[in-house]
Design a binder for this molecule. Structure first.
Ligand code: AMP
Ligand code: GLY
Length: 414
């Protein structure tokens, strides 16, 4: 089968790394420096990188990785051309592209989530803050690359953040409407489920680290690391999450005539009152999927194709191993980014047993070296027979890689 993957992150690199096992051909648009280099080495003969418009590339199955193209209707366009697509249409993608839509959807289905209000004027937003219990969460309604959420216990900071969002200075139009939520407390969990429009099949559990610095300090990022499976989540808890927080979503889709084929990502807070939804995403979590996929022990091409064709019949299977992913970010991330720094040591890291280096913000310079191209640069993933072994291996690999201004968290899976 010929598979087309749209995207350029470490998520897409991890997808390609699993898809190559069962696909005849994988085309990646636009890909990144790491996928391009691997297409000439370990993926040679199977993987190609292209900068054509995805609509111009014929494929049996098209997988849309990031939320941006899903929200702007790439799935709809490809399906209108008769293509088989993994990834929802624009209507389903609204679960992620509008937090206000998502909260209303959750409310309608009685799915547990933080209490909230939706505002586009400062006066009513300030009134609502006074009704909350000392913890404030301010979110842009629209997409903001994981950076549009501000969590604080200081009401003045909350007001300042609302002002900067509503005025458009902080996030442009994405912030002109905000969702304000009560602060939930507990550990977070990501449960991703494959969906064929009528049925779901959950993947193994994962947890990511959203804040930029050790000990969950600093601003939110797209994700600085992850691990899978999550030891404090047993089968019973996972089953009840699927039953109460994920399966009801199918009813909501049915009611709105949304034919959702792709992955539904439930971001969950394990509160003292039980699991509650933080958010849904309409694509694979990054860096969660970098930890989940290397543990997959079945044919990913077939699973995704079954979803895309509305006939999901297999269950994903996972190896009984743990994996840990550490994200290496460029100088200044998440506030700013640095470009062009030469990256050393990737080969030495990749040579370690059980280690994979997935590229995100990399390109190749004229001397053939990998250089940074901003943001989250690399995801270093290691497998191990337990979480501690996987973590030690991941950090051993991270220590072999270096570039100017590189920073990462030291406490992933600790
Ligand atoms: P989101 O983009 O909605 O997933 O939010 C990003 C991160 O902000 C989450 O992973 C949580 O760490 C935090 N967060 C979001 N909503 C809440 C909430 N209501 N209470 C506490 N933390 C939250
Ligand atoms: N890791 C968080 C996300 O993908 O949104």
């Amino acid at each position: 089968m010929k598979v087309l993957v749209v995207g350029s992150g470490a998520r897409e690199h991890a997808l390609v790394d699993s898809l190559v096992k069962n696909a005849d051909k994988v085309i990646v648009v636009p890909g990144n420096g790491g996928i391009e280099a691997a297409s000439k080495l370990e993926y040679s003969g199977v993987v190609e990188v292209s900068d054509l418009d995805p609509r111009e590339i014929k494929a049996d199955l098209t997988i849309i990785g990031p939320e941006g193209p899903l929200a702007s209707g790439l799935g709809d366009k490809l399906r209108a051309d008769g293509r088989r697509v993994f990834g929802p249409n624009q209507d389903g993608a609204m679960l992620e592209s509008s937090k206000a839509f998502m909260k209303e959807f959750l409310n309608e289905l009685y799915i547990p989530t933080a209490s909230y209000g939706i505002f586009d004027d400062l006066k009513s937003a300030k009134e609502f803050l006074k009704t909350l219990n000392g913890g404030y969460v301010i979110k842009t309604d629209g997409l903001a690359q994981g950076k549009g959420v501000f969590v604080t216990r200081n009401i003045d900071e909350a007001v300042e953040d609302i002002e900067s969002k509503l005025s458009g200075t902080a996030f442009g139009d994405a912030g002109r409407k905000v969702v304000i939520e009560e602060m939930m407390e507990g550990k977070e969990l990501s449960v991703l489920a494959l969906c064929d429009g009528k049925k779901i099949a959950p993947l193994s559990s994962a947890r990511d680290a959203k804040r930029v610095y050790d000990g969950d300090a600093g601003p939110n990022t797209g994700g600085m690391g992850s691990f899978s499976p999550v030891p404090d989540v047993d089968g019973k808890l996972l089953d009840s999450i699927v039953e109460k927080l994920i399966e009801p979503v199918l009813m909501g889709f049915k009611k709105r005539a949304i034919d959702y084929r792709g992955v539904l990502y439930a971001g969950i807070m394990l509160t003292e009152y039980g699991p509650k939804i933080v958010e849904y995403n309409v694509r694979f979590g990054d860096p969660e999927i970098q930890s989940i996929l290397p543990r997959l022990d079945c044919d990913l091409v077939s699973l995704m194709d079954q979803c895309a064709s509305g006939s999901l019949r297999s269950e994903p299977k996972f190896r009984n191993e743990f994996s840990v992913t550490v994200v290496m970010a460029s100088k200044g991330y998440p506030q700013s980014s640095s470009y062009g720094d030469v990256i050393e040591g990737i080969e030495n890291a990749k040579n370690l047993e059980g280690v994979k280096v997935f590229h995100a913000g990399t390109s190749i310079n004229s001397a053939g070296q990998f250089i940074t191209s901003g943001g989250r640069v690399l995801s270093v993933t290691a497998l191990g027979s337990d979480l501690n072994r996987a973590r030690l291996r991941a950090y051993e690999a991270v220590d072999k890689i270096g570039f100017d201004g590189e920073h990462h968290r030291h406490d992933i899976a600790l």
